[in-house]
Design a protein around this ligand. Sequence first.
Ligand code: ATP
Length: 202
Amino acid sequence: MKIGLFGGTFDPIHFGHILPVKQARTQLGLDLVIYLPTAIPPHKPGGQVALPHARWTMVELALLSDPGLVADPFELTPEKEAFTVDSVEHFRSAFPADDLYLLIGCDSFAELHTWRRWEELVAMVRLAVLVRPDWRPGALEAQLTPEVAALMGTDRVCFVTNRPVAVSATELRRLLATGAQPPEGWLPDLVLQYIQKYNLYR
Ligand code: ATP
């Protein structure tokens, strides 16, 4: 099997977290993508607004209708930060014979050298970097450290182009805090209903 892993705070989950992943699933032929809602992300200290169980529920509601996209609570550990290398290690031993891909945004790839044990991470999993259709390898390479740039062109990294989705969770929270209705196509209806039922961002 080919399995993708996709971590995030999902505060809240929106179509920018879903449509590019669906495109990556098709392009890479992934049987399954496992979403990993993170209770405490190392790169965003103190930044998340909704409680972990609420962010988890929103991810479940958003993925409900798609059997190829599932959520796993491995990073839902409110007592400790979730490091991606630990998750990758866990799924590597859970699926020893399968092809594993870690789906990450271009920005995250440019920061890879700051991740804990990143060299071990890329030895265990292939990186599928989500890029815009107009991306230029040279421009991306210029943002990378020489060690990370050396991964480009190897079998450890592949690039998946996807149409950009103009939604950001930060902007969504700002809008929801004012009581305004988010524009059509920003997030799944069930997620919006859940947010409004519990006044999550007000
Ligand atoms: P925030 O605005 O709260 O920082 P975020 O969406 O950037 O939210 P996460 O929920 O951790 O943060 O995002 C998970 C992943 O989804 C990240 O790799 C991020 O780059 C990617 N992502 C977020 N928004 C979009 C979007 N509109 N299109 C494509 N990818 C996105």
